[in-house]
Design a protein around this ligand. Sequence first.
Ligand code: MYA
Ligand code: CJ4
Length: 410
Amino acid sequence: QGIQDQLGSLQLDQQGNNPKKSYAFWETQPVAQFNEEAGSSTSVADGPIDATKTVADVRQEPYNLPDSFVWSTCDVNDTKTVEEVYQLLTMNYVEDDEAMFRFNYSQEFLQWALQPPGYQEDWVLGVRVSSSGKLVAFITGVPATVRVKGKEVSMVEINFLCVHKKLRSKRLAPVLIKEITRRVNLRGIWQAAYTAGVVLPKPVATAQYWHRSLNPKKLISVGFSRLAPRMTLARTLKLFKLPEEPQTPGLRPLTKQDVPQVTELLREYLSTYELAPVFTEEEVLHYLMPVEGVIETHVVEGKDGKLTDMLSFYTLPSTVIGNPTYKTLNAAFMYYTVAKETPLHQLMTDALILASTGGHDVFNALDIFENAKFLKDLKFGIGDGRLRYYLYNWRVKQELEAAQVGLVLL
Ligand SMILES: CCCCCCCCCCCCCC(=O)SCCNC(=O)CCNC(=O)[C@H](O)C(C)(C)COP(=O)(O)OP(=O)(O)OC[C@H]1O[C@@H](n2cnc3c(N)ncnc32)[C@H](O)[C@@H]1OP(=O)(O)O
Ligand SMILES: CNCCCN(C)c1ncc(F)c(N2CC(C(=O)NCc3cnc4ccccn34)C2)n1
């Protein structure tokens, strides 16, 4: 109860935001602030926050790092480099609040996520110790066209911000953020999209994680789930049991030849969301072609080779911190799904079956898209994590509902 009282006195708002907190760095950035008068933002139209700049206005030299550190762009195609990036993240990236789990993005996943069409190597940005060459911090940007409330904006998606645990709370993160902003600006891009579990100025949307047990025995053993009151393990296994095979006729893995039809299917569906990517065929090919242990995409082929639906999920395991029996939690994360002719519940049940037979222990989904329609029926449980969506240098008058979001960052 003590915690609740403290939180109560913290005056958190409905989305868990704390408008009273000061943000020494973020208050200097072109992002909407918590203390803005409601009036001012409602009158101002959606659009850039900063005055329009040109590449000529951008600082030419890199930002200064503390002594003994140097900038280092990372070529994730280089085996040694992607191994160094993997090691930094697997030991120092996002953990849950109780430090029971830490994301364990694989090297293949990183190579996939960081090399979409149009990627720039100098946006895969590391910080190394000058003497030893040890990689101790990281941040990445990849190009994307994002439509925000009807306006298509050329952006970067920022991700994998990480500072080694031994170098925390030294204000390194703001330097990483300013430097990648500078590098992106030098290429004439002035906006970014990013997500985080933490509250920053100022979410454009707040989504909630939901989890569907696939291997309840293991989830209970690693402390991810608890046996529900008055439930036995046998009853729990029965509750979450799934068929061995998907049920939708014509469901099959995506192939290269499907890309034109899938691009059309996705573009049409994503156009119904206020915040969503605008995918080219090359991007669909990159992001949705199956990669073993990374991304899985299936399509529903109807009559005359017509593709009517698609589903996809990515594999993001977590290290189980300090558990002698289980080292890894195998999680599948819902990616892009279009249920045009197949009922959504049926298509998502097939996604659960594919993830389960593919060795995943849990299937995670946010309450974005139309997901709220199936989460409870398909036995998802609400999670502890919220994911906040942010835009850099783009004001959105009215915070979006999760159901208006059609964008998934990795
Ligand atoms: C046009 C192009 C623009 C491109 C850029 C667009 C913006 C992109 C923004 C980045 C999108 C990233 C998307 C993802 O990858 S989200 C995943 C972030 N990574 C992790 O959570 C991994 C584990 N944690 C760490 O590695 C460190 O704690 C990090 C590196 C997160 C902070 O390091 P550290 O703990 O040593 O702190 P500090 O002393 O250096 O700095 C403290 C300042 O940093 C602000 N802070 C803390 N966490 C975050 C966060 N997740 N996004 C943005 N800002 C954050 C914090 O409010 C404070 O500022 P202020 O409160 O004083 O104002
Ligand atoms: C910028 N990229 C955003 C995506 C990074 N992603 C996947 C992420 N960002 C914040 C979260 F809150 C979160 N959650 C998934 C839910 C979950 O699975 N919670 C239990 C759990 C298992 N393993 C871990 C590892 C770290 C944190 C929680 N963990 C909560 N996911």
